[in-house]
Structures are given as structure tokens and as C-alpha cells.
Design a protein around this ligand. Structure first.
Ligand SMILES: Cc1cc2nc3c(=O)[nH]c(=O)nc-3n(C[C@H](O)[C@H](O)[C@H](O)COP(=O)(O)OP(=O)(O)OC[C@H]3O[C@@H](n4cnc5c(N)ncnc54)[C@H](O)[C@@H]3O)c2cc1C
Length: 433
């Protein structure tokens, strides 16, 4: 009997545990290990950050649900992985041996890149975790009591730009609903992207026009090609460069309320494994989601290394979104099972396509980029109230799916059919990092 350990119970790890158990049955043991004892639906965090949703709406305890399916659960942070000994050291001092390790640990939020930007210091907020989103809501309530300037956006090296636009536009929409929009003296959007709507993937469909217009209509003044160098006394120090990377403007933006998406790195326990990761701490995998160095380690989601789509004047990264993660998880589960059955020739690849819904308060924007790299077969971006409603429905659908313990492929089975997109193979576009 082999022991398969899934490390990290987020958007990738929870479905991975269910899929792995369903694939392996009682012949092998599946253990899910995660730093938190609860699952959080990360895409809903921007709503928590304005009080539209609460913790219990978007999270639930993992243990009772996964154990019903025969999956062992350990709520501990992994502090070290000894890949030669196939062993994980947990924060409580215990050790777990594995035959296969499937890493889905998501991002370490690299606040250290910009002095003063860590939410713990109380100046700049984040919505990347549920805890952060709750803190953001507290700070937002201070803004409602005592209005002042707002600065939103994404730091240099960020790869997840959708939530920056989402949160900026949700806050603007909430302020309007409360009749407080006119009390805000200025709203500024600062991003490392070379143009608005670039999203780390050179834009998709009409994303530039739609997102530029969305920010303008809500009264945001937007600056691209920006690098925030430090935050001090509620002032953001920003350097803007031109396409050659030469400084064209230095700005000091005072703010009362700010949320900036940070750069992501790999989590320390994973980044610390000799030869496993790139310098950012992301796992180097082949097209089968398998570590290039350790044949019994697989990885999916934000934890893996994907090269940037292009070099931008201020560094940006490529996003790793839900569809890609779903596809990577399905491939890794298939490949671990094939290994266990000795069918080493029967390996599948995930697809690295970008599909995302971004809520904009009373409406939303959706994009589909198949494949993520240009030229694309599908390059589609649309906005409307239906996206807002679809995102609300998706949250309910995903959380229900994670509670009942099935892991049906949402994007291929539901969304693509809804959009009239047939399955597209883009294996040729996959590139080793
Ligand atoms: C605010 C926000 C909104 C987003 N919205 C969308 C969206 O609408 N659509 C979309 O497609 N994508 C969206 N994304 C991008 C992406 O889909 C999510 O970030 C997704 O949660 C990534 O999944 P993951 O499994 O890689 O990581 P995560 O979901 O972050 O899960 C990582 C898990 O690993 C655990 N972990 C970390 N370190 C350790 C350790 N050392 N030991 C044990 N456990 C550990 C964490 O506690 C967590 O449970 C969004 C991202 C953010 C930040």
C-alpha cells in the first residue's frame, strides 16, 4: 500500500485529495496536510474585504468532510521536506513519511519586497487570504467613518492582477451604494502592468478597453509601468518607467486606505528543498506535473514555476487561475495512479489556459485565453451583470462540491459548454520553466 500525501488544502489541494482518493480507492492511503484546519474559497476574499461576505460564508472546517471520504487530514504547517528521505517535518514536531508527494501549497506573499507593505504593519491591506480580507474590512470601516484618499493596485512582480481590479471596483461600487463616493478626495490605481488589462498575459480580448473604462467611470486615476518602492507614514512611494525601463515619474501618494496585490513566491518548506524549485521557490515540473528532480513529487497550482509570458519594463508574472489548476490536478492524479499501476507510458498533461471571472461590484468581467500564450485559439473578454451573478453562483457551486466530496471538472464540463467553447488541446504551447 502506497502513501500519497497532498500538501496544501486550497483551490488545488482539496479537489486533488478527493480526486486522488476516488482514483486510488482503498488500495492506497491518501493524507491531506494543510497549515489551516479550514478551507477558504480564495476568489471570494474581495467580497469579505468590503463586508459583503463573512468568514462562514466562504470557509468551512476540512476534517469532517474529507474524512468521510476516507482521506486522513492533518492540520499542521509543513516546515521542512526531506525529499531524499521522503519525509515531511510538521510544525508540531511530528514527521510524515510519503511514497508520493503532491504539492499544492499556493503562494508565499512576498510583502518583504516592498518595505512597509506587510498588512501586519497596518498601512497597506491585502485580500489574498481570508485573515487578510477580514483585516482589510476593518481598515475599510475606518475609511467609511473618516473618508480619505484611496490607492489600489498591484506591486512589481505580481502575477495575480484580476483581484486588484476586482477589489478596486468593488470598493468604488460599495462607496456609491453608501452614498460616500463624493467624500473620497482621490482614487488611484497603480500597477506594474505595461498597460491596463494586461493581466500578466499581454491582455485578452478587449480587456484593455473594458478595464480602463471601468476604472475611469468609477473615478480612478490609473498609472501603469509602476514600481512601489516603499510605504511610509501612509504614503506610497512610486516610480513609473517608460517602455525602455527608464524612470519617467516619481510619485508620493498619500492614502487613508490601500490594498495592493503583492508578488508571490513559493512557500519556505517547498522553496528550501535542494533542486526542487526555481529561484522564486516555485516547483520546476515537467509537462506531467512531475518534479524534474524528484520522480515521486508532483505539484500543481500557484506552487509551480511558469515562465512569464513576456518581459515587461516592470516585472510581472503569469497568473495561475482556476481552470489551469483544475487541469493540472487532474493530470497529476492520473499520472500518480499510472505510476502506481506501473503504466509509466500512460501519462497525461494539464493545460495552461487562463479562464477567470472578475467581479466589479454590480457587474463583472470574464476572460478566456486559450492558450495563455499568443497566438490564441480563443481570446475572449466580456463584461456584464451576468458575470457578477455567475461568480456568486460559482462560489456556491465550488463550496458545495468541496463539502460533498466530488471533484467534477467545472470548466470543461460546465463553463466551456455555457460559453460554447469545445475542448481545445494546447499541449504544444506548454513550455518547461
Ligand atoms: C484574492 C484572489 C482572488 C482570486 N480570484 C480568482 C478567480 O476569481 N478565478 C480564478 O480562476 N483564480 C483566482 N485567483 C487565483 C487562484 O485561483 C487562487 O489563488 C487559488 O486559490 C490558487 O490555488 P492553490 O491551490 O494553488 O493555492 P491556495 O488556494 O492558496 O492553497 C494553498 C494551500 O496550501 C496551504 N499551505 C501553504 N503553505 C503550507 C505549508 N507550509 N504547509 C501546509 N500547508 C500549507 C495553505 O494554507 C492553503 O490551504 C485568485 C487569487 C487571489 C489571491
Amino acid at each position: 500500500m502506497a502513501h500519497v500525501v497532498i500538501l496544501g488544502a486550497g483551490t488545488g489541494g482539496m479537489p486533488a485529495a478527493y480526486e486522488m482518493k476516488a482514483a486510488l480507492g482503498s488500495a492506497h492511503e491518501v493524507t491531506l496536510i494543510s497549515a489551516n484546519d479550514y478551507f477558504q474559497f480564495v476568489p471570494s476574499n474581495p467580497w469579505v474585504g468590503v463586508g459583503w461576505k463573512e468568514r462562514d460564508d466562504v470557509s468551512f472546517p476540512i476534517k469532517p468532510y474529507v474524512e468521510r471520504k476516507g482521506i486522513h487530514f492533518i492540520a499542521q504547517r509543513a516546515d521542512r521536506i526531506d525529499a531524499e528521505a521522503n519525509q515531511i517535518d510538521l510544525a508540531d514536531g511530528s514527521k510524515v513519511h510519503y511514497d508520493y508527494l503532491f504539492i499544492t501549497t499556493g503562494p508565499k506573499l512576498a510583502f518583504e519586497n516592498v518595505p512597509g507593505s506587510d498588512p501586519h504593519e497596518g498601512q497597506v491591506q491585502s485580500v489574498c487570504t481570508l485573515d487578510h480580507a477580514e483585516e482589510a474590512y476593518k481598515a475599510y470601516q475606518d475609511l467609511l467613518r473618516e473618508p480619505g484618499p484611496i490607492v489600489m493596485g498591484a506591486m512589481a512582480g505580481a502575477s495575480c492582477f484580476g483581484p486588484a481590479y476586482e477589489y478596486a471596483l468593488i470598493v468604488a461600487s460599495d462607496l456609491k451604494k453608501r452614498g460616500l463616493r463624493d467624500k473620497i478626495p482621490s482614487m488611484t490605481f497603480v500597477t506594474s502592468e505595461p498597460f491596463l488589462g494586461h493581466l500578466g498575459i499581454q491582455g485578452v480580448g478587449d480587456s484593455q478597453t473594458i478595464l480602463s473604462r471601468g476604472l475611469k467611470e468609477e473615478g480612478f486615476e490609473a498609472y501603469t509601468n509602476c514600481k512601489v518602492t516603499k510605504v511610509e507614514d501612509n504614503k506610497m512611494y512610486v516610480t513609473q518607467v517608460n517602455d525602455k525601463g527608464e524612470t519617467v515619474k516619481e510619485m508620493v501618494l498619500p492614502f487613508k486606505f490601500s490594498m495592493m496585490i503583492p508578488a508571490f513566491k513559493g512557500v519556505p518548506a517547498v522553496a528550501g528543498v535542494e533542486g526542487l524549485c526555481n529561484p522564486g521557490g516555485f516547483v520546476l515540473v515537467d509537462e506531467y506535473q512531475r518534479s524534474k528532480k524528484y520522480r515521486n513529487i508532483f505539484a500543481a497550482g500557484i506552487a509551480i514555476a511558469i515562465p512569464p509570458v513576456e518581459q515587461t519594463p516592470v516585472p510581472t508574472g503569469a497568473p495561475k487561475t482556476g481552470y489551469m489548476i483544475e487541469s493540472m490536478v487532474a493530470a497529476a492524479v492520473h499520472n500518480i495512479k499510472a505510476d502506481l499501476e506501473g503504466k509509466t507510458g500512460n501519462q497525461t498533461m494539464g493545460t495552461w489556459n487562463a479562464v477567470c471571472f472578475a467581479d466589479m461590484g454590480d457587474r463583472g468581467a470574464a476572460f478566456v485565453a486559450l492558450p495563455q500564450l499568443k497566438p490564441r485559439t480563443v481570446d475572449w473578454f466580456a463584461e456584464g451583470r451576468w458575470v457578477h451573478l455567475a461568480k456568486v453562483a460559482f462560489e456556491k457551486y465550488f463550496i458545495r462540491k468541496m463539502k460533498i466530496g466530488v471533484s467534477e471538472p467545472f470548466y470543461e464540463k460546465v463553463l466551456f459548454k455555457m460559453l460554447g467553447i469545445t475542448r481545445l488541446k494546447d499541449e504544444g504551447q506548454r513550455k518547461a520553466s
